[in-house]
Design a binder for this molecule. Structure first.
Ligand code: BGC
Length: 742
């Protein structure tokens, strides 16, 4: 079937065993599925079973379906599935290829009904099932979905359905040992937005603005002539007052709905789009705001961390970071959710993980992904691939595409993401689970070092998207790749040593501490010059050296001073890419240059964090200048308007403006260390820790700092204020008046 096939079976409930005690449905698919039982949709998840490293790990959902079986016991029951192409058979990557995991869709399901007397009835997918066409005539995550309501009918979900055009099924290939439960919450509908504006473009198109760059689809009800077609095209931005689709590259992001002539409800659930704007063609009559609803989908991670302050631009920046995480957490933590890419780029998450784990309870989500990272790496000789799940290994790349090997920041995700999860939630089992992957990563990089001990030998993305790199050459950074990579190796080896120590793996701890020390020594010998500058003399190299702790006290202070001088020379415009950006404000703060950190953060001219905010951005952009000041789109191939990596500065905002940081993993001890500055008059932050809510709020008035702190039971807060000894507070609500707070 060209579109999304339907699969069904019909059965009678077993007789003579009393009522139904419990009923669960386990289900998974090659493709993405929606299950129906007794005429009703099962579950509120969408796009299940998501995208995992299918070769070795296919997750299944388990649903409690007892309520759906409260029925006339003598009537047959129908179990059915609709199956979309999803990640399994749909397009993936920019090559135009599809079907990387297989060209046949399939469902694997088991319904277990337990009766009052303990009898269990099992309905399983087998060759007695039949398959037929649906009203979904085309579907692809990138390209969109076509629905022909004239073909729609729920007769297939009712007993006794004969079905024209329905055929038999045959068993598919799947090693049952690869089935795994979800560790992550599934993807669900998490929000809705109404249009903010509907208007006609200069070329006569009907355009809709939802006011927020979001990820999901548009749902609507409509009545119009049978056979007429409504077309929805999605885009993140406008350009020259029309829909700006060039950044989507080859992703068509177009849904088409053919009307039945009756009352139709459309909701395309086998695709998703990253969009703020919509172009609507073929709407019968005048389109009104309440005709359309944008449905936001995301992995259903709970929001746990908040931040707010007196600066409205910073609040918008923060909101953009939150939306960036929401939109790129659609089962896999992706680089972007809109163009022909949407891949689990490891470096983007390595940069963003510390921010993500504060904003959301992302533990299950990230641990699920780390299982894929681990299994991919096991099949790649210790190499953490560029993307997880690694679909790039199936794509023939042009010769200029780098031969994949371990790459600083990107492959460091094995260590850095795991560490961020451990720090935020305090569960040491994540270190135990991922330790083999963390260790294998560092061991592989040990073998990539040059005889000097530096990691300057292999391909690097480096300080990717340094703002001075030309649009078509995003890898041309000011920071030397060897400096960046060697610094990253030092950080990873140090963290793996620490993880080994926590896990009682003494030999490993000694080994990785040794690697870290060798790497530090090589860094200092070859990259640190007599005058205190670091090879390539770019802000990123100082940021990494300071924050990762590569230098002694004197050299750290000099590196901080040099960084501050470079930042000032650059007019407080951002000068860092993916590698340096998450660390530059911390490096300034740690070395006594807090004011410079604030000036850098509060800059509104391009390039800066706030420039996009002044350009009406509602998400974090891939490039500092994805949209140019004149409103045209950057000419580069990569101009996503929803890329979370550069939003990693929110982690600094949470700790340094908000004042909440873990002093112990999981916030058993919380460090409350706000550092007011930048003219910010007040700030508030709160976090739902594993022990309860921590909340900090401060006002910087004429008399000094007034601080309110809420500490949950079992938690100790270390109050660390400028020029004051650190104080301990235990559970309760505390107010520190200006006299004591300053
Ligand atoms: C992605 C990035 C990714 C990068 C790697 C891009 O195409 O969108 O975010 O990390 O490639 O170089």
């Amino acid at each position: 079937f060209a579109g999304a096939p339907l699969l069904r079976t019909e059965f009678a409930l077993d007789d003579g065993h009393g009522g139904i005690g419990s009923a669960v449905l386990h289900a998974t698919a090659h493709g993405v599925f929606q299950a129906y039982l007794n005429g009703a949709l099962v579950g509120d998840d969408v796009l299940s079973p998501g995208w995992s490293s299918y070769e070795w790990r296919l997750r299944y959902r388990t649903y409690d379906v007892a309520e759906l079986l409260i029925t006339d016991p003598s009537s047959p029951v129908v179990l059915g599935f609709a199956v979309g192409n999803g990640w399994f058979r749909g397009r993936l990557g920019w090559s135009g290829g599809r079907g990387f995991y297989g060209d046949e869709l399939g469902v694997l399901a088991q319904l277990e009904i337990t009766y009052a007397d303990g009898h269990v009835q099992r309905i399983v997918t087998d060759t007695a099932w039949t398959a037929g066409p649906s009203e979904v005539t085309a579907n692809d995550l990138y390209d969109g979905q076509d629905v022909d309501a004239r073909l729609g009918s729920d007769a297939w979900l009712r007993p006794g359905f004969g079905g024209d055009g329905w055929v038999g099924v045959h068993p598919g290939e799947r090693d049952l040992a690869t089935l795994a439960p979800y560790v992550s919450p599934p993807v669900r509908r998490v929000d809705e937005r109404a249009p903010e504006r509907i208007w006609t473009s200069p070329s006569g198109k009907t355009l809709v603005d939802f006011g927020q760059n979001l990820v999901g689809w548009v749902r609507f009800s409509v009545q119009g002539p049978a056979g007429s077609v409504i077309t929805l095209r999605h885009a993140e931005v406008l350009e020259h007052e029309e829909l700006g689709t060039r950044p989507l590259r080859s992703a068509r992001a177009t849904d088409r709905f053919t009307l039945s002539g009756g009352d139709d409800v459309f909701e395309p659930t086998f695709t998703f789009h990253g969009f703020r704007y919509l172009e609507v063609d073929g709407w019968p009559g005048e389109l009104a705001a309440d005709d359309l609803t944008a449905v936001v989908i995301s992995t259903d991670v709970d929001r746990i961390g908040t931040f707010e302050c007196s600066d409205e631009l910073l609040n918008r920046l923060h909101s953009n970071v939150v939306w960036g995480a929401r939109g790129n957490f659609v089962d896999v933590p992706t680089d972007c959710p809109q163009r022909d890419e949407r891949l689990g780029w490891t470096g983007d998450l390595a940069a963003f993980a510390p921010t993500a784990v504060y904003l959301f309870d992302a533990q299950g989500f990230l641990r699920d992904w780390l299982l894929d990272l681990d299994v991919e790496q096991q099949h790649a000789d210790g190499m953490v691939p560029f993307v997880v799940p690694d679909v790039l290994k199936y794509i023939d790349h042009p010769p200029e595409f780098p031969t994949p090997d371990s790459t600083a920041v990107w492959s460091d995700a094995a260590v850095w993401v795991t560490w961020a999860v451990y720090q935020a939630y305090g569960d040491v089992s994540v270190l135990a689970d991922v330790f083999p992957a963390m260790a294998a990563h560092v061991r592989r990089v040990e073998g990539l070092r040059a005889p000097t001990g530096l990691w300057d030998t292999s391909f690097q993305f480096g300080d990717w998207l340094d703002p001075t790199a030309p649009p078509e050459e995003p890898f041309l950074a000011k920071a030397d790749n060897g400096v960046v990579a060697t610094a990253c190796l030092f950080r990873s080896a140090s963290l793996v040593a620490e993880a080994a120590r926590l896990l009682g793996r003494d030999a490993d701890a000694a080994h990785f501490a040794d690697v870290a020390e060798q790497t530090r020594a090589a860094f200092v010998e070859h990259y640190l010059h007599e005058d205190g500058t670091i090879h390539s003399d770019a802000p990123t190299v100082y940021a990494l050296a300071v924050v990762f702790g590569l230098l002694d006290e004197t050299s750290t202070a000099r590196a901080g001073d040099r960084l501050a001088a470079l930042v000032a020379e650059g007019g407080y415009h951002i000068q860092t890419g993916f590698a340096g950006t998450p660390f530059v404000t911390d490096a300034l703060t740690l070395t006594g240059h807090l004011d410079d950190a604030y000036q850098l953060l509060l800059q509104t001219e391009c390039p800066s964090w706030l420039y996009p905010v002044t350009m009406d951005a509602t998400t974090i952009w891939e490039r500092w200048d994805s949209m140019l000041p004149d409103g045209t789109i950057n000419s580069g191939e990569m101009t996503s308007f929803n890329h979370y990596a550069l939003g990693a500065v929110a982690d600094w905002m949470h700790r340094t403006i908000g004042g909440i940081a873990p002093a112990e993993p999981g916030y058993r001890t919380v460090r409350v260390a706000p550092r007011p500055g930048g003219g910010i008059g007040w700030a508030k932050a709160s976090l739902q820790t594993p022990y309860g809510q921590v909340a900090v709020s401060w006002t910087d008035g004429p008399d000094g700092l007034e601080l309110d702190v809420e500490v949950p039971d079992g938690v100790t807060a270390l109050i660390d204020l400028p020029d004051q000894p650190v104080r301990e507070l235990t559970a309760g609500s505390h107010r520190l008046e200006p006299a004591t707070a300053r």
